[in-house]
Structure formats: structure tokens, C-alpha cells
Design a protein around this ligand. Structure first.
Ligand SMILES: [Mn+2]
Length: 430
């Protein structure tokens, strides 16, 4: 055969090898294929719907929730004051308290120690027109209506994100939800446990009082880095943080903080002045007539400094003091020769009390300062005359502890009335 046109040859080949094309080049299966394509299109729509909807949810709902918008951290308070005061309570079934006959206790004006906790529903507020109230408020230098009256302070040691145990403890003390009870969290209420955000939400919902712990401070520092805002500061004390934080547990908490969490954390002072709290003798057997000035902190205070001069980083972390002068703080109680900060605080406050004018002791005005603190789970629940340690290691399988404080108008056998401060220690296992 002579030469053949290349095109013809190719066309032939094509027809032979692709028999499902007719002469016009249309598929003889075109109807079937269209149906198949339609099914395929619907399948793609279905899959797209199934994948797209969760994706949309992830992008619009879950992700923004995962990293809420950043806000600037408001200026924080070093020394703050509780917004409530303990209004004296009176028992409905009028009780008369015998004067303690012991000679030593008489001179000190001791009050009988209530062994069992009172039933708080039996109590009501002392009438606001009662002259005893006027006299009492004057002795503690408090103006009527300056603060919200409450019946109890419920001061709670390191909660560490243990929301379940917190509510269990509050059930046990029959917390009224914040109407006339004031909860004060002693710092480190976030981190380590299961539900940091849950505890924060609880505290905000119940308008609870607080102090700043080392973990809250760390979380705020990480929050500042994550959102590129200024780190937490206390005004004159400029905190310059050069540290870069990794993705640790506190960073994960920081990423989840919503603006209301940040403003709550920033509202917690480092040192929270609570007003008068009961004063018990060294052996913890009797109440003294004078209350003490109650101060809540997370770690502790340095004995030779005013509240205003304390360093926030020390107050939130101190456990012990270093020799030779015991004015330098360490958080490691194993440091050689170190002593608990509370030992020096108690020594110093005993001197303050001894040197107080006799009239002050008689007037019922607070003399000396009681520090309520957490942070020291190893030493645990610790009662001294001028310090109360309330971290009983809940998150390590220990207990969660509350110190419940109230004041009572008591009538003595001789007919005189007086306001006394009392306390009760309550624990739940974790
Ligand atoms: Mn701590």
C-alpha cells in the first residue's frame, strides 16, 4: 500500500480503541454517565454539608471560644480592703454567757470558747438602732453603711481548680450563696486541678472576695504575653517581665481566659484587709477580748515591714525566711537555717500586743494583726496566735479547709453586752 494520510490512520485507531464513542464523537453511554455524575454531585453536596457544618462550627464557635479576645490587664492592687464587714449577730434563743472565773482569763477579759458550731439560721443581725452596735462600730473605726453587712466570712485555702470540692465544702458550712455570707479565696484557686475556668466562673457568679496567689500571677503574666498586652502591674512597683513562657499548664489557662476572668483576677489584691477577726490565746483554748486586724494573703508577710512596703512577689510566694536576719524570703523551706515566716510574724506581733496601751485593750479595738494564708500545703493547717495557715493540700489528695468567722453580741451574767468575734474550722476531704 502506498502512503496513507496520517490523520485517517489516527482516526481509525481511535475508533477502534475507544468503541464507546460514535462517529460524531459523542459517548454512547452519555445518559448513564449523566446520571452517575448527578449522584456523584449529590454525594459531594452531602459530604460537603457533613464536613462543612462542623468546620463552620469549629471556625465560628469553637475557635473563638478557645482563644477569647485579649483585653488590657487593669492596674492591680497591692493592699486592698474587703467590701464587707461582719455585722454582729444575736441568737434568737437568748443566751447568757458566764464570766470565766479563771483569774488569768479575767484580767485578759477572755470570752468563753464555743465548742460546737452555732446554728446560723438561729441568728439574726443585731438591730441597727442598738446602741451596742454604734459603740462597736466606733471601736473598730467603721462608719455605718460604709460596707455591706455580712454574717460570716468564709475564708478558703488553695482551691487549685477543685470546683467539686469547693462546692462540697460550701454545702458543709451551709453557705447562703453570697447573700449574707462572704467567701474569700486565699489565692491559688486556679491551676493543678481539673476546672480552673469553672472556679473562676463560680467566684465571679458569687461575687467572692479573693487575694492573688502565685499561680494567678503566673497566669496573668502568660495572658499578657499571649495577647501582647502589658504584664500585671501594681502601680509604683513596675514589674518588668523578660521571661518568655512556654506552652505550660498556666499558659493553657491563660489562653482560655475571657475578659471577665481577667478583670476578676486583676481585682484580687495581694493583701486583703478583712477587718476584725477573733484573737485566741497561744494555746488556742480561749478567745481574747480584743479582736485582731485580719489580713488575707497567699504566701505570707515579712514581719518588719508595713503592709504598704511588702513586695507582691514575696507576699505571694514566701514560705520561710533566711538567716541571719530573717527578713529575706525563700519559697523553699529546706533552705539551710531557714525558719517559717509565721514564726517571726508571731514573735513580732506578741511584742505589738504587749506594748499596746491598756485603754486600747479595754476598748475592744483590734490590737495586732492576724494573717490568714495558704500556699504551704506541706505544713498544712496551722493555727498560731497571729497566723492561720489554711492550705491543707486538697489537690494533693488532702483536705480543703475553710475558716468561718463571725461576730456575736453576747450578754453576760452581769447584764452587760459585748460584741465578740468567733471562729470555726471546717474541712472536707478531696
Ligand atoms: Mn501557692
Amino acid at each position: 500500500m502506498p502512503t496513507m494520510a496520517g490523520g485517517e490512520n489516527e482516526a481509525l485507531l481511535e475508533t477502534q480503541s475507544y468503541p464507546y464513542y460514535d462517529e460524531d464523537g459523542y459517548s454512547i453511554y452519555s445518559e448513564n454517565t449523566t446520571k452517575r455524575k448527578q449522584v456523584l454531585r449529590y454525594a459531594i453536596y452531602a459530604v460537603g454539608f457533613l464536613v462543612g457544618l462542623p468546620l463552620l462550627y469549629f471556625l465560628l464557635i469553637y475557635l473563638p471560644n478557645l482563644a477569647p479576645p485579649g483585653v488590657t490587664i487593669p492596674q492591680m492592687t497591692k493592699v486592698g480592703e474587703s467590701k464587707v464587714y461582719l455585722h454582729p449577730l444575736v441568737s434568737q434563743s437568748a443566751q447568757v454567757f458566764d464570766k470565766d472565773e479563771d483569774e488569768e482569763t479575767q484580767t485578759l477579759g477572755l470570752e468563753p470558747f464555743r465548742q460546737s458550731p452555732p446554728q446560723f439560721d438561729e441568728f439574726e443581725f443585731l438591730d441597727s438602732n442598738d446602741p451596742l452596735l454604734e459603740e462597736h462600730l466606733k471601736s473598730i473605726a467603721l462608719e455605718k453603711h460604709a460596707k455591706k453587712p455580712v454574717r460570716r466570712l468564709i475564708i478558703i485555702g488553695d482551691v487549685h481548680a477543685s470546683l467539686k470540692q469547693l462546692t462540697k465544702l460550701l454545702d458543709k458550712v451551709q453557705y447562703d450563696g453570697g447573700k449574707e455570707d462572704e467567701v474569700i479565696l486565699l489565692g491559688d484557686f486556679v491551676a493543678k486541678g481539673k476546672d480552673s475556668i469553672g472556679v473562676l466562673d463560680w467566684a465571679i457568679m458569687h461575687n467572692s472576695g479573693c487575694v492573688l496567689g502565685n499561680h494567678e500571677l503566673s497566669v496573668l503574666e502568660r495572658y499578657a504575653q499571649f495577647h501582647g498586652v502589658s504584664p500585671p502591674n501594681f502601680g509604683l512597683d513596675t514589674r518588668v517581665s523578660t521571661q518568655l513562657f512556654d506552652l505550660d499548664e498556666e499558659m493553657r489557662i491563660a489562653k482560655r481566659l475571657r475578659p471577665e476572668h481577667v478583670s476578676f483576677l486583676a481585682s484580687c489584691p495581694v493583701i486583703n484587709q478583712l477587718g476584725p477577726v477573733p484573737h485566741m490565746n497561744k494555746k488556742q483554748t480561749h478567745y481574747l477580748a480584743n479582736p485582731l486586724n485580719g489580713v488575707a494573703v497567699h504566701g505570707g508577710l515579712i514581719w518588719n515591714m508595713t503592709l504598704e512596703n511588702q513586695d507582691p512577689d514575696v507576699v505571694t510566694t514566701v514560705r520561710s525566711l533566711l538567716p541571719p536576719d530573717f527578713v529575706v524570703a525563700t519559697d523553699d523551706p529546706h533552705d539551710q537555717g531557714s525558719q517559717p515566716w509565721s514564726r517571726y510574724w508571731n514573735k513580732h506581733q506578741r511584742l505589738v500586743y504587749k506594748s499596746a496601751p491598756k485603754e486600747d485593750l479595754k476598748s475592744g479595738k483590734p490590737v495586732g494583726t492576724m494573717v490568714l494564708y495558704g500556699h504551704d500545703a506541706k505544713r498544712g493547717l496551722k493555727y498560731k496566735e497571729y497566723t492561720t495557715g489554711l492550705d491543707s493540700g486538697c489537690v494533693y489528695g488532702g483536705k480543703l479547709s475553710a475558716e468561718v468567722i463571725w461576730s456575736e453580741a453576747q450578754t453576760k451574767a452581769d447584764g452587760t453586752s459585748k460584741v465578740v468575734y468567733q471562729r470555726q474550722s471546717v474541712q472536707v476531704s478531696c
